[in-house]
Every structure is written in C-alpha cells, then in structure tokens.
Ligand binder design. Structure first.
Ligand code: CP
Ligand code: NVA
Length: 333
C-alpha cells in the first residue's frame, strides 16, 4: 500500500495473511474461554490506548474499551467532537502527538487515507475501527462466529452477503473470505456491488487459497447452499440521508426474509448482521422508512432478526474477544 507503518498496524483486512488471521482467531477463542472461566491473565498492564472516533459507535468502542480494561490497559476516547483533529490540527500532527503518549491507536472515520496517515505518522500500531472502505475488526469477529457455529474447517464454510455489496462490511467479508479459502457470495444489484479493484483483490487471494468467489445480482443463485446469510444497513454512516429514496426500491428484493434463508436449502442456516440493524419501527430511521415507503424494517425482517436462526448478538460479543486478541498480539510482546 506504500505507507510506512508499524508492522502491527491493521489498516485493512488484507494486511493480514491467512496464518496471522487464524492465529488471531485461535487467540480470541482462548481469551474468550479465559474470561468465561474467570482466569484471565493481564497481558497489557501499563499500556495506554487511544480511540480516535470521527463517527458514532456502540460495539466497536465498547469492544476496544472492555478488551483493554480486561487486559490491564487504559483507554482514552476522543469522539467526533472535543479534540482539535481536522479543525485546528492536521492528522499528521495529531498522530505525532498521540504517538508520543500512547502505545496503540484505533481510528474510526471516513476516508481510508486518514487511517493511513495516522499509521504513517504515529509510529505505534494503528488499527482501523471502520472507514468508508473497510471494517477489518468486524470480519475477525464474524469469521470467529462462523467457525463456532459451523464446527468444521473454515474452508468448508459458504456464506452469502446480500444487500449493499459496496459497504465497508461487504468489502471486508469478500476479501477475508477469499483470503481464508471460503465460499464467498455477494448478491447485490448493479451499482451496489463491490468496486472492481476489491473484487480483483479477492480473486487474486482466491487463486492462492482455493476460495470460490461469486459477485452477482442473482440472489437465488447466491444463497443456494450458503451456511450463513449476512447483511448490513442499506445506507452507511456518512452517506447522504436522501440515499434511502433510491436504496429502498433497489434493495428490497435483497432483504433477508425467511424465504431467503429457506432458499439456501440448509436446515441449519444462520442469519448474521454487523449491527446496528433496521428490523422494525423502533428506531428513528425505522419509523421514517415505514412512513415514507411503507416498509417494516429494511435489510432484514423482524421475524428473521428475532428468530432462533439469528446469531447477531454472538457476533457482537465476539467483537470484544477478537479485538482483545488483536490488542494482545499487537502490544503484548
Ligand atoms: N458493528 C459495528 O461496528 O458497530 P458499531 O458501529 O456500534 O461500532
Ligand atoms: N456499513 C455500516 C457498518 C456499521 C457497523 C456503516 O459504515 O455505517
């Protein structure tokens, strides 16, 4: 990528090779058991971590904070307001200041360029906590969750992402699945499919790993045989609110319903979502979509979201265990 950065930074999914990815999953599973049994060992005592978040977050922020606290590290949170970043101080200057005080930095924001600038100037490990392009800590949690439910080798898992195939989460899952040798399908209408360079990167990774990669507008073909069906919000943070007007009609055929899950032909199929999800009228957006378009929920029906086939809260929990593994591997010596 042409950026000089700390070797333990994670700026996008393909910064990891298959072995490193699997090592993080193994460590995450071990840390999860330690916590469950109450015998967790602190590996990050006296370390300080800063979270620089330009966008909102519930899971990612809390996962970093709890993971760090469990391991004996201290955390500072800099939210969308309150620091000088971008207003009175450049990314490069902010990064150099924070690099003098902290041992690691997580960044959530808009452009991938910003997280790369942090990595270039901070001199400490920098982790991408979501940009418009990638969400690598999400794929770590998602693949751990898939392996827990599937039970077999990761290469035997087939999953289908349906909906906004150009979202950060879809892109990350596509390249990660390809890296790991999985059967990856993305179902999305033309115009909302992952960009050409991301598909090319996935295809390249697949040539080494033996993964199968399918990007199509044919949802029926994409879900057939999938062990997991995954979706994300139809309009991501930072996109204009008026995007909903075009997204609702184009993505309604791609929403996850019971029929879509049944079309996999897999009795044990599971539904996945990075969250937050629009699945009823209990949010401002959900209520507005009902008023404007007459739809109850958006990317997934309430029936699916609340069903026994939904494993979304296991994914959310695994955000913490996998981010903990990332912190320990990056800073634990
Ligand atoms: N999935 C996820 O990144 O959630 P948050 O936006 O709440 O961090
Ligand atoms: N694609 C979503 C993911 C949220 C975790 C967004 O960027 O808003």
């Amino acid at each position: 990528m042409g950026v000089r950065t700390h070797p333990n930074s994670l700026l996008q999914d393909l910064d990891l090779d298959k072995e490193q990815f699997q090592d993080l999953l193994t460590l995450a599973a071990q840390l999860k058991q330690e916590k469950l049994h109450g015998d967790e060992v602190e590996r990050l005592g006296r370390q300080n971590i800063v979270l620089v978040f330009e966008k909102n977050s519930t899971r990612t922020r809390c996962a970093f904070e709890v993971a760090a606290n469990d391991q004996g590290a201290r955390v500072t949170y800099l939210g969308p307001e309150g620091s000088h970043l971008g207003r009175e101080e450049s990314v490069a200057d902010t990064a150099r200041v924070l690099g003098r005080m902290y041992d690691g930095l997580a960044f959530r924001g808009n452009t991938q360029d910003t997280v790369e600038q942090f990595a270039e100037h901070a001199g400490i490990p920098v982790w991408n906590a979501l940009t418009d392009e990638w969400h690598p800590t999400q794929s770590l949690a998602d693949i751990l969750t898939m392996t827990e439910y599937h039970g077999g080798d990761v290469e035997d898992i087939a999953f289908c992402f349906t909906g906004d195939g150009d979202s950060n989460v879809a892109r990350s899952l596509l390249v990660t699945g390809a890296l790991l040798g999985m059967d990856v399908r993305i179902a999305a209408p033309a115009g909302l499919q992952p960009p050409r360079d991301v598909v090319a990167a996935a295809e390249k990774a697949a040539r080494s790993s033996g993964a199968r990669v399918l990007v199509t507008d044919d949802l029926d073909a994409a879900v057939r045989g999938a062990d997991f069906v995954y979706t994300d919000v139809w309009v991501s943070m930072g996109e204009p609110d008026d995007a909903w007007a075009a997204r609702v009609p184009s993505l309604l055929p791609y929403r996850v319903t019971d029929d879509v899950l049944d079309a996999t032909g897999r009795p044990g199929v599971r539904f996945m979502h990075c969250l937050p999800a629009i699945h009823n009228r209990d949010t401002d957006i959900g209520a507005r979509l009902y008023q404007q378009f007459g739809v109850e929920g958006a990317e997934v029906t309430d029936e699916v979201f609340e069903s026994h086939r939904s494993i979304v809260f296991d994914q959310a929990e695994n955000r913490m265990h996998t981010i903990k593994a990332l912190l320990v591997r990056s800073l634990g010596g």
